[in-house]
Write a protein that binds this ligand. Structure first.
Ligand SMILES: Nc1nc2c(ncn2[C@@H]2O[C@H](COP(=O)(O)OP(=O)(O)OP(=O)(O)O)[C@@H](O)[C@H]2O)c(=O)[nH]1
Ligand SMILES: [Mg+2]
Length: 448
């Protein structure tokens, strides 16, 4: 099958490039990051394929039992979807090509319009299915938001979030056969003037009856006798179909381009924030385990802390590891310099924290329920605390692309010291030390 994407259309070309860029960004992620983002990766790949094939998705969305499935049947002109009075009937998102639409996206040799049926919102116990529906709506090029009455709270808030995503929405007031002409007009007016101001333009609120209830018809025979008969009127979705086609023929290509560009921007943000979160978590784990290691080493050797070679070695190794997490290469010498500059920036403040004299409160914190190792030498805890501060400062430095973010190291380190709750750091450190010792039963412990 040959497709010829509309390469002359600027927005289309830009949208395609933007999705492909986001995919490239994802490919540069670490293995751990990729594992977290595999769903996004699959969805972006689908988006590229959708753009290349000229695939336009209309998602039918709304509360349970508003007639979403019936609407698809009426538009397609065939009973393709199961319809039932029981709310929550549609359990899965599924799609059907809308061949009879007669619409082709300009610039494509072959394009498809698909209608996507979704499970209804607000189904009892259907949170997961509700999320499925919202996921589909987020990907939609066009949304048919179906209601059968005035909007309730759930519908209104769903509409607000879709509008916030800049989705193009047609609000369908279905089941109008159940209302008198006056009631219908009043409902449309309320929807237009009160419920959807700034959310859906007034001319995008459309009445329909996808599966009208049986009605009593009076049938007159040739002999003049009249009999009553119950019949189901034909569905009435003509206005809806006309509105959809008008919208598509005006903006079809722009819709898929806009949607793809927004989708990829959203994914790109998600990748960025997930990366920050994941790196922060890894960095924090690294800092804790090095701080524990430092405590144990210092306690075991009873060496002076701040200017001990052993101490700086551990901190510098921690810094090299942190640099690595942030995708930066750092020589050991460079790392050592950074450690020294952080310690210098901390100056008296950290020296005071780590001095033996003021370490008695640390001592107290660490004796509770814990044996020899750190209690014997309170410098151990103090040293661990120092490493923790160095680790925090180094994390800040790498998170800001190996810079102090326009501030002086002194300002940053001071701020970290101010914001740190010593007691909880020490409690945490105690747990880390226990954990480290449990993992390494051969760890040297000082004698009491
Ligand atoms: N009177 C009337 N009833 C309708 C209309 N459209 C749908 N219904 C009825 O409403 C009920 C629900 O229709 P569905 O199409 O299954 O509704 P849905 O929104 O897909 O429901 P879920 O899949 O459960 O979320 C069925 O009994 C339909 O016959 C309509 O235009 N008028
Ligand atoms: Mg349904």
């Amino acid at each position: 099958m040959s497709h010829s994407p509309p390469t002359h259309d600027k927005h289309y070309v830009e949208a395609l490039a933007s999705v492909e860029n986001t995919i490239a960004k994802l490919q540069r992620c670490s293995t751990a990051e990729k594992a977290r983002l595999h769903k996004d990766f699959r969805e972006l790949a689908e988006m590229v394929s959708k753009l290349r094939r000229g695939h336009l998705e209309i998602v039918v969305f709304g509360e349970i039992s508003t007639g979403k499935s019936a609407l698809i049947n009426a538009l397609v002109g065939d009973a393709v979807a199961e319809v039932d009075v029981r709310g929550g009937w549609t359990q899965e998102t599924w799609h059907v090509p809308w061949k009879g639409s007669g619409y082709a996206i300009p610039g494509f040799a072959e394009s498809t319009v698909v209608l996507i049926d979704t499970p209804g919102l607000n189904e009892v116990g259907g949170v997961q299915r509700g999320n499925m529906a919202s996921d589909a709506a987020r990907k939609a090029d066009l949304i048919l938001f179906v209601t059968d009455s005035d909007l309730n709270e759930t519908e209104h808030s769903a509409l607000v979030s879709l509008a916030a995503l800049h989705k193009t929405i047609l609000l369908v007031l279905n089941k109008v056969d159940l209302y008198t002409k006056e009631q219908q007009a009043r409902l449309v007016e309320i929807l237009q003037k009160e419920r959807t101001v700034d959310l859906v333009p007034a001319d995008r609120i459309i009445s329909a009856s996808a599966d009208p209830r049986e009605k009593e018809f009076l049938i007159e025979s040739a002999d003049g006798s009249v009999r009553e008969m119950w019949r189901k009127p034909a569905p009435d979705v003509a206005n809806l179909k006309a509105s959809i086609l008008e919208l598509l023929s005006k903006d079809g290509l722009a819709l898929i381009a806009l949607n793809a560009a927004l989708y990829s921007a959203d994914k790109s943000d998600r990748i960025a924030s997930m990366r920050i979160e994941l790196r922060r978590k890894q960095a924090s784990q690294t800092v804790w385990s090095y701080a524990a290691l430092k405590s144990i080493a210092v306690a075991a050797n009873s060496v002076p802390i701040v200017d001990s070679v052993c101490g700086v070695t551990i901190d510098a190794t921690m810094v090299v590891t942190l640099a690595h997490i942030y995708g930066l290469e750092m020589s050991w010498l460079h790392a050592r310099k950074l450690v020294v500059s952080i310690l210098k920036a901390a100056g008296m403040a950290l020296l005071a924290e780590t001095s033996v004299n003021v370490a008695s409160w640390i001592f107290k914190a660490l004796t509770v329920g814990f044996g020899t190792i750190v209690t014997a030498v309170p410098q151990g805890a103090a040293a661990g605390y120092g490493s923790y501060i160095v680790g925090q400062a180094a994390t800040f430095y790498f998170e800001h692309g190996a810079s102090w973010g326009g501030e002086s190291p002194k300002q940053i380190v001071r701020k970290i010291l101010e914001d740190t709750d010593k007691q909880s750091v020490l409690n945490n450190l105690k747990d880390e030390i226990k954990h480290a010792i449990r993992l390494n039963p051969h760890a040297k412990t000082p004698t009491e």
